[in-house]
Design a protein around this ligand. Structure first.
Ligand code: ATP
Ligand code: MG
Ligand code: FE
Length: 336
């Protein structure tokens, strides 16, 4: 089954062709980061316009790289939410046009489900039940996956998403955008114990997250240093901040795995590329006899191959979308 998928939920225009949810024939990602960098973040209206310019060339490139023309496809998949409404609409319109013109099924995919399925793309035999930590630019969700397509939301952030916290802290450290990979790199030269930062665990037993207090603590520390006429060591701050985030993510993910009897844990979303999160959660999971899996970095951040993979399992279940499919900007992982 050959599925072409389109992803335009945020600031990457992406298209991919994947066979049977595992064989990536092409995975084209045109990132707009250079366009948005001068604003220090994604500007929604600019993103929509860029998607409009790029969507057809990116689809064409994905087909050419896969050695296909339009006739070789079994279905067309598209991210319909969550994301920026104007950005999502570009992909949704393109996918509907293709599905109608080619008379093949249209499959709407939840972007967060796509992030989760980056794991199945490389490892289709993952054993259920799974606990997945979805950590991205806009989300921090702990999800229990009982079967393909069966999700229970166990907890999520009450304020900033993990990736958002990385990006904001990188900005106050003057590192640039997007901040996650820059903090990850700089933290290697810093001491994780150098700056004492708070870790928010919320009420006893809660699987929710909160990162805004940590972000404020970083800003306050930098101000205090400046008032005393000294510059804070950026590498120490990056390492200490990263450790504070990763400690909480690790503790709550393991708690969820224990509570729901999951011997396998997976990571999804852009922050799943973080080297410290991977190493700490892997070590702690092993101590308890659990296994951790995560996709390669290029499949952690936004791409269309993960959307094609999620769509494949929907295709197997016969879950097609009507040609009236619309963008749903606040779609949650449980589909509401
Ligand atoms: P969402 O998926 O919630 O809609 P998004 O699509 O914008 O949001 P992703 O593309 O999944 O987010 O991930 C981007 C985020 O991942 C950014 O916040 C970026 O800083 C972060 N990120 C990427 N690599 C790393 C890394 N190595 N360490 C920490 N954060 C990272
Ligand atoms: Mg992005
Ligand atoms: Fe994403």
């Amino acid at each position: 089954v050959k599925i072409l998928a389109i992803e335009t939920s945020c600031d990457e225009t992406a298209a991919a062709v994947v066979v049977d949810g595992v064989k990536i024939l092409s995975n084209i990602i045109s990132s707009q980061v250079d366009v948005h960098r001068k604003f220090g973040g994604v500007v929604p209206e600019v993103a929509s316009r860029k998607h409009l310019e790029l969507v057809n060339p990116v689809i064409r490139e994905a087909l050419i790289a896969a050695g296909l023309d339009f006739t070789g496809l079994d279905a067309v998949a598209v991210t319909y939410g969550p994301g920026l409404v104007g950005a999502l609409l570009v992909g949704v319109a393109a996918a509907k046009a293709m599905a109608f013109a080619l008379d093949i099924p249209l499959i709407g995919v939840n972007h967060l489900e796509g992030h989760i399925y980056a794991n199945f793309l490389v490892r289709p035999d993952l054993p259920f039940p799974l606990v997945c930590l979805v950590v991205s630019g806009g989300h921090t969700d702990l999800v229990l996956i009982r079967h393909h397509g069966d999700y229970v939301l166990l907890g999520s952030t009450r304020d900033d998403a993990a990736g958002e916290a990385f990006d904001k802290v990188a900005r106050v450290l003057g590192l640039g955008y997007p901040g996650g990979p820059l903090i990850d790199r700089l933290a290697r030269d810093g001491d994780e114990e150098a700056v004492d930062l708070p870790r928010s665990y919320l009420e006893e037993g809660s699987l929710d997250f909160s990162f805004s207090g940590l972000k404020s603590a970083v800003i306050n520390h930098l101000h205090r240093c400046r008032q005393q006429g000294e510059e804070a060591d950026r590498a120490h701050m990056a390492a200490s901040f990263q450790k504070a985030v990763v400690d909480v993510l690790t503790a709550k993910t393991l708690e969820a795995a224990r509570r729901y009897g999951c011997s396998t844990i997976i990571l999804a979303g852009g922050v799943a590329a973080n080297s410290r999160l991977r190493s700490l959660l892997d070590a702690r999971a092993r101590q308890e006899g659990r296994r951790l899996f995560y996709p390669p970095p290029v499949l952690c951040t936004d791409n269309a191959a993960m959307i094609a993979c999620a769509a494949y399992y929907r295709y197997l279940r016969g879950e097609e979308s009507p040609l009236t499919l619309n963008a749903v900007p606040h779609l949650s992982i449980t589909g509401r």
